[in-house]
Write a protein that binds this ligand. Structure first.
Ligand code: NAD
Length: 426
């Protein structure tokens, strides 16, 4: 195993999420003194599937889209992870996201491995019918690789409950029976879990609450800037606003908003619903997104995409707490800068794990054929998130490492232990 530090990632590849993942993995593995054979097993994904899917477009022409599904590890249970639609999807990105799913499921100690999928396409330029045909063909191509006991997809960027309904239906058509547990994040009326839609945002609020307790801070004095107002960001903003946090900044692709006294998030959600954008919201002033990322605040909550905190802006960040809603928002190079500044980082593989945890509850409910009350879902989620936060922070203190490396170490240790026990390594 090579000797590395996280900053050993050369700056050229700073924005490659797979390199960022590998740098943290290598560093954590080295700290753990991980056996070299186990390091080799865990450093690369178990399986990488590439599909080229022909789709009839509305204009009568045929287009071929490229899709990926990467299964990083199935040591602790079926692979689990979202499907992303974006023009920027790359195999390295999907690899990184798949391995983060392995570590995330291990951090919150649920019985899944890690996977991720993606299709290179621009959903903004596609009709609903075209999106449905892409989804059905992608699912059909993956038929033998997915399933409740093999690999369970879920929504991610630009996919949603409707996408999961199409995936579930396509898989079920091939199986000649309804198989709800093949995907999670479904609509509640067809095997989805109550509370799943808000779960990632709820988990983010829970870990922020824990961080405030640890640092002796109060919600009412806590100013929050949220980047990305999609599923994760808008639900986190709403739940945090409802419990007393001040959401002073919201950043989106087409504009950003600032209100030093905190925004009315219900009004913003209503405005966005009516106008399809946050731009022009009368309850805040227009702002510059890049400036807001480094604005004076207590919590910065990136909930959009990767590589938004890099060597270019990390030293300017003023937030006391960085709570990572997105996967991979911070590069490995930026980690060291944030550590020097003593920013309290709640790393993605812990902070945004509320989504996969409630996906686990959905999978359990589908297999039981018995559906829980929302209060039961939220209570179970609360318990797992708080316990996992404590595990990571205690691990960091015991081993004198930062929270991110602690989360990786905890996760790698759990996965490696299972592999040894199963005897795969024998
Ligand atoms: P989404 O598509 O619902 O929302 C993403 C939002 O971010 C969109 O509104 C988009 O316009 C905005 N955005 C994209 N790039 C931006 C940029 N550069 N600056 C500002 N805004 C930008 O996706 P989502 O499901 O909310 O996922 C967001 C992130 O959270 C992703 O990294 C995803 O992997 C991660 N995540 C999602 C879940 C989940 O349950 N959905 C769970 C864990 C992690």
């Amino acid at each position: 195993m090579p000797t590395m530090t996280t900053s050993a990632v050369v700056h050229d590849s700073e924005l490659n999420p797979w390199q960022s993942q590998a740098a943290r993995f290598d560093f954590a593995a080295q700290k753990l003194e991980l056996d070299e054979g186990l390091w080799k097993i865990l450093r690369y994904p178990t399986r990488e599937i590439i599909v080229h899917i022909p789709v009839g477009m509305d204009n009568g022409r045929i287009e071929v889209f490229t899709g990926y599904r990467v299964q990083h590890s199935i040591a602790r249970g079926p692979a689990k992870g979202g499907v992303r639609y974006s023009p920027d999807v790359t195999l390295d990105e999907v690899r990184a996201l798949a391995s983060w799913m392995t570590w995330k499921c291990a951090v919150v100690n649920i019985p899944f491995g890690g996977a991720k999928g993606g299709v290179i396409c621009d959903p903004k330029k596609l009709s609903l019918g075209e999106l449905e045909r892409i989804t059905r063909r992608y699912t059909a191509e993956l038929f033998e690789f997915i399933g409740p006991e093999k690999d369970v997809p879920a929504p991610d960027m630009n996919t949603n409950e409707q996408t999961m309904a199409w995936m579930m239906d396509t898989y079920s058509m091939h199986m000649r029976q309804t198989v709800t547990a093949v995907v999670t994040g479904k609509p509640v009326n067809m095997g989805g879990s109550r509370g799943r839609r808000e779960a990632t945002g709820r988990g983010l609020m829970i870990v922020c609450d824990e961080a405030l307790k640890k640092l002796g801070m109060q919600r009412e004095d806590t100013r929050v800037v949220v980047q990305g107002f999609g599923n994760v960001g808008s639900n986190a903003a709403k739940l945090m606003h409802d419990t007393g946090y001040k959401i002073i900044g919201v950043i989106e692709v087409d504009g950003a908003l600032f209100n030093r006294n905190g925004m009315d998030i219900d009004a913003l959600l209503e405005y966005r619903q009516r106008n399809g954008t946050i731009v022009g919201f009368p309850g805040a002033e227009a702002a510059n997104g890049a400036d807001l990322m480094v604005a004076d605040c207590e919590v910065l909550l990136p909930a959009a995409t990767e590589n938004v905190i890099t060597s270019q802006n990390a030293d300017k960040i003023k937030a006391r707490i960085l709570c990572e809603g997105a996967n991979g928002p911070t590069t490995a190079v930026a980690d060291d800068i944030l550590a020097d500044k003593k920013v309290f980082v709640i790393p993605d593989i812990l902070a945004n794990a509320g989504g996969v945890t409630t996906s686990y509850f959905e999978w359990v409910q589908d297999r039981q054929g018995y559906f829980w009350k929302e209060s039961v879902v939220n209570e179970q989620l609360d318990h797992i998130m708080r316990e996992s936060f404590d595990d990571v922070v205690r691990y960091a203190e015991t081993h004198s490492v930062n929270n991110r490396i602690a989360a990786y170490m905890l996760a790698i240790d759990r996965v490696a232990f299972t592999i040894k026990q199963r005897g795969i390594y024998a």
